[in-house]
Design a protein around this ligand. Structure first.
Ligand code: HEC
Length: 121
């Protein structure tokens, strides 16, 4: 492993912006790639390259993008659609934590109950 006296990169300046080289924004329900994510990712890869081979780094990012895409497509987008329909049907409000469905007591039972209640005419 190379010795890295000033942070983990020989090409980039050190930064205290811990998000500067992050390509995904995972905070909202449906994750999205940040503005300029390609540049951010290339910068991050150049950091990884101080210790890892390019194939290892690229494979890591294939897996990362894969798991984020899977989460978005299989869970977060469908749940967002269901929540929007429940709201349109007047079953929930847009106030966070005011109903068992979107509150701290959420569990499979309450989601199922709410979905069934919504599906009833
Ligand atoms: C300072 C050197 C260094 C840098 C920089 C570095 N790594 Fe590593 N990485 C290591 C070492 C050493 C290990 C093995 C750790 C171990 O075996 O416990 C490792 C392990 C890993 C693993 C395997 C983890 C596991 O549990 O199997 C992955 C994936 C990985 N690194 C990806 C990255 C990525 C992506 C970056 C850049 C964002 C990066 N690494 C930056 C040194 C580094």
């Amino acid at each position: 492993m190379r010795h890295l006296p000033h942070g983990c990169t020989s090409k980039l300046r050190s930064t205290h912006d811990v998000g500067a080289r992050i390509s995904w924004n995972l905070r909202p329900g449906v994750a999205f790639k940040q503005k300029d994510w390609e540049k951010r990712r290339e910068d991050m890869k150049s950091v990884c390259a101080n210790c890892h081979a390019a194939d290892w780094i690229n494979s890591f990012y294939v897996q990362l993008d894969g798991v984020v895409d899977l989460g978005n497509e299989k869970f977060f987008k469908p749940v967002k659609d269901v929540m929007a329909k429940l709201q349109q049907a007047g079953k929930i409000t847009n106030t966070p934590f005011d109903a068992p469905l979107n509150g701290p007591t959420t569990n499979c039972g309450t989601i199922r109950d709410a979905a069934l209640a919504w599906a009833r005419p």
